[in-house]
Design a protein around this ligand. Structure first.
Ligand code: SF4
Ligand code: SF4
Ligand code: SF4
Length: 280
């Protein structure tokens, strides 16, 4: 029964948004996302321990076509940070803004960076790369994300205020969507290259993704976090080694603290790796 909770939450959210905004697509998107998460959790509950992470990877791949293709094409919108900002600047609070509000601004207050762990279309490809995650990312490189974020904001501002870019015309002439696909192609090329260069699947998330910066603030007060189960931590550090986001999980769990780290994407890999069952 607990497995089906995400599906029912999806139906609830879709109903609320459909009644508020009136777009039929919500009745497809959120139940599908909820169903994908429920299925991933179900798979995790039935497969052997070593294969449980496959459940989340199935979920993230199932959600990819909905967010990368269905919603942008159905609305002719750019769901990337730069596109959303362009629209907001001229007062278009469109579907892409709703997506940002739900998944990346207000939602993280409840589920932290769960979007990064379970629904990001970039990570859906990264998580399946044939890389063993042997490399760690030097902390100073993680500051590059803030430069990427500044550029993502500066570019739309410059386009509108210095080059007189007509967003409304661009929107009406249905070229928004093409920007989305061009932008994502660049993201994928950079993300896959970084993964192989650093031998780390999530290198892009830690070095270059501007969206991570957006989510860090609301996820710092997230209601849902990785937590100690009450069982004794053995100090084996297997949780740290398994974490794709370089979180020092052991330092939290061994002190009986919740993992309040804005890098955590709630992938559950640390929980699956813990031999003592000390993480829940
Ligand atoms: S950090 Fe960026 S690329 Fe990585 S999962 Fe989050 S949104 Fe996706
Ligand atoms: S702390 Fe655990 S749940 Fe969070 S990202 Fe690391 S492995 Fe995943
Ligand atoms: S894997 Fe479990 S037992 Fe080992 S350090 Fe982490 S929390 Fe402690």
């Amino acid at each position: 029964m607990r497995v089906s909770i995400p599906f029912f939450i999806g139906i609830l959210v879709s109903t609320i948004l459909y009644l508020s905004v009136g777009w039929w697509g919500f009745l497809v998107i959120f139940p599908w996302i909820g169903f994908s998460i429920s299925l991933g959790i179900y798979i995790m509950s039935v497969v052997p321990r070593k294969k449980k992470s496959i459940g989340r990877k199935v979920t993230i791949v199932m959600i990819l076509p909905v967010l990368l293709f269905f919603v942008p094409i159905a609305n002719n919108e750019n769901f990337q940070l730069e596109g959303v900002f362009l629209n907001v600047m001229i007062g278009y609070f469109t579907k892409s803004f709703i997506h940002y509000a739900v998944a990346k601004i207000f939602g993280p207050v409840i589920w932290g960076r769960g979007f990064c762990g379970w629904a990001c279309w970039t990570a859906a490809v990264l998580d399946w790369l044939p890389i063993k995650n042997e490399g760690r990312i030097p902390p100073h490189l993680k500051r590059i994300r803030y430069i990427a974020f500044a550029l993502s904001i500066a570019l739309p501002v410059a386009l509108v205020f210095f080059w007189g870019f007509d967003v409304r015309r661009d929107y009406l002439h249905k070229t928004e969507m093409m920007w989305m696909f061009a932008g994502n192609l660049i993201y994928y090329l950079v993300a896959v290259s970084l993964a192989f260069i650093f031998k780390n699947k999530r290198a892009f998330c830690k070095i270059a993704c501007p969206v991570a910066v957006v989510m860090k603030v609301p996820s710092s007060v997230s209601l849902i976090t990785i937590s100690p189960s009450g069982k004794k931590c053995l100090g084996c550090s297997l949780c740290n080694k398994s974490c794709p986001m370089d979180v020092d999980v052991m330092s939290y769990i061994s002190r009986g603290k919740r993992v309040r780290d804005t890098e955590c994407v709630l992938c559950m890999d640390c929980k699956l790796a813990c031999p003592a069952g000390a993480i829940k």
